[in-house]
Design a protein around this ligand. Structure first.
Ligand code: ISL
Ligand code: CA
Length: 545
């Protein structure tokens, strides 16, 4: 793939929560424009914009009712064009979120289908029930039933929705759907966007609608995870659309294994440029993500090593709009918040792959501080609550489960200043601000020489200028759950990253040596790592091998 994008630092913006320019409590495109210099200062090359298209917002824009217009509460197409050109002036590219597994049920296609137009009925997956029962036994990503009556219930027809019932799945057997999506992609690429993050892209083609093997969650998934049909569609999209532009794709690929990821990103097959895998996001859960267990650093370390070793090129990320905040999740937080945030960033940038960061990660934002379900907006959390209730799980347990897993943990408004509204809005924010904005905010962090942002800038620019950190091979040295150390090697130079995942000091193992080039602490002790310290050593290997 294009080397420029491969070595970009990508910053994800969740538009509703980034910056509100007009005081209605909702972040918007003009707000993003006002922060481009800030992003340039961080050394960002690409912005991934979570959906900004017209949407009834059942799933905050992941339910699209018009792919070629802008959600009015976020701005206008003129605002978008200005964002694109202002970003370009700063050499920042923009990628869009391409949500093509489903549309909104308010999309014109679905409305016309409901009106009985056969052409549009064939855009969706609509099936008759079987003897008064649903068409199959599949599960749903949002703890719901994946079949909803289509039109008049007396017809006993249902449409498939693997997510919310306001997100009907598209019928990828239909070549007209393929054609429509090609047009949508060209519309944005012609404007000059640099590509797409492709939402749940490895599940778009359902190879069959037969009953699935019974599972705790997502019964039926064997019929849609990375099917041959999906591979074919991706290769066609690449050939018919993507190859004609200077652009790239990153697929959100759920439940993907390294073998699947290799196929999806294999240059000779020509499908996606890179993929987001999820296994490292599962090291504090059992089975489904709603059952959290205490974080096991060893599991994180082993999983990172596994993917670094088994996939030639990774995407490196610890956060996005669906995951709890990494510092809350993977460190003790509290007095260690700053140290922990920096250590995680050091680790992230030391891995081999394209780095993706999520708004707020550069200041070590923490999980939301919600007091009850009433403060939660995430549809997934509300569905989980209903499901847990139906299973007889009592309220305090339900809340405990939701509090830790809700996607709103990452969606609280960006904390710019310590003023009322956190510099995010002058109005009432659409989602409760984390009250810690008084201490944790961009303004305060920038004034702190020991702040998270200054480390972010350092490690980001180091990676850009270090061929070894960019392209070097990966080799694990220690992964004992307390220390994680690995080397990156290229052309006679070895860089060794060491991360202390504990709150105590730790002796540096004998095999780690060299000149310390970066550390998250001021005067690093030669023999001992501070709590949550990250450091990077350099040594020559020429002659040794
Ligand atoms: O969160 C997950 C893994 O921990 C998965 O359930 C998965 O990432 C997610 O459900 C799929 O996410 C994407 O598609 C959804 C949307 O709600 C998410 O925000 C988006 O990232 C449906 O479009
Ligand atoms: Ca606004």
């Amino acid at each position: 793939m294009n080397e420029k994008y491969k070595h970009s630092t990508v910053y994800q913006i969740y538009p509703r929560s980034f910056c509100d320019s007009n005081g209605d409590g909702i972040g918007d495109i003009r707000g993003i424009i006002s922060k481009l210099d800030y992003l340039k200062g961080l050394g960002i090359d690409v912005i991934w914009l979570s959906p900004v298209y017209k949407s009834p917002n059942d799933d905050n824009g992941y339910d699209i009712s018009d792919y070629c217009s802008i959600q009015s509460e976020l701005g206008t197409m003129e605002d978008f064009d200005e964002l694109l050109s202002s970003a370009r002036e700063r050499e920042i590219s923009i990628i869009m979120d391409l949500v093509i597994n489903h549309t909104s049920d308010e999309h014109e296609w679905f409305r016309r289908a409901l009106n009985g137009e056969e052409k549009y009925k064939n855009y969706y997956i609509i099936r008759k029930g079987k003897d008064g029962k649903l068409p199959n036994n599949w599960g749903n990503f949002f703890a719901d039933c994946p079949w909803e009556p289509f039109g008049d219930p007396a017809n006993e027809e249902y449409y498939l929705h693997l997510f919310s019932k306001k997100q009907p799945d598209l019928n990828w057997y239909n070549p007209e759907v393929y054609g429509e999506i090609c047009d949508i992609m060209r519309f944005w690429l012609d404007k000059g966007v640099a590509g797409f993050r492709c939402d749940v892209i490895n599940i778009i083609y359902k190879s069959s609608l037969a009953d699935g093997k019974k599972r705790l969650a997502l019964t039926g998934k064997e019929h849609y995870i990375s099917t041959e049909g999906t591979h074919k569609i991706l290769a066609s999209l690449r050939r018919d659309v993507m190859d004609r532009y200077d652009a790239f794709t990153v697929g959100e690929t759920v439940m993907v294994t390294p073998v699947m990821a290799r196929d999806l990103t294999d240059e000779t097959r020509g499908e996606l440029d890179m993929v987001f895998a999820f296994e490292h996001m599962e090291c504090d859960q059992i089975g489904v993500k709603w059952f959290k267990i205490p974080f096991k650093p060893k599991r994180l370390m082993r999983t990172l090593t596994k993917w670094q070793t088994e996939l030639p090129w990774n995407t490196c990320y610890f956060e996005n709009h669906d995951q709890p905040r990494s510092v809350t999740r993977f460190t003790k937080g509290g007095e260690y918040r700053k140290a922990g945030s920096k250590m995680l960033l050091g680790l992230l940038f030391s891995l081999r792959g394209t780095t993706f960061v999520y708004e707020g990660q550069e200041i070590g934002m923490t999980n939301g501080a919600f007091d009850s379900l009433d403060e939660i907006m995430d549809i997934e959390s509300h569905n989980v609550n209903k499901m847990a209730k139906s299973l007889g799980i009592i309220q305090p347990f339900r809340w405990n489960l939701i509090r830790k897993t809700t996607r709103d943990n990452a969606r609280t408004p960006m904390q710019w200043t310590g003023d009322d509204g956190a510099g995010f809005t002058t109005g009432r924010p659409w989602l409760k601000l984390n009250p810690n904005y008084k201490e944790i905010n961009v303004e305060a962090d920038l004034l702190d020489p020991d702040g998270v942002i200054s480390f972010f800038k350092r490690i980001n620019s180091f990676k850009k200028t270090s061929p070894t950190l960019r392209d070097g091979s990966f080799c694990e040295i220690v992964a004992d759950g307390k220390l994680y150390a690995f080397s990156r090697e290229l052309d006679g130079e070895e860089l060794i990253a060491v991360c202390n995942f504990t709150t105590s000091k730790r002796r540096i193992p004998g095999e780690i040596s060299g000149e310390i080039v970066i550390s998250t602490v001021k005067d690093p002790d030669i023999n001992v790592l501070s709590p949550y310290e990250y450091r990077l050593y350099r040594r020559k290997t020429r002659g040794k091998i």
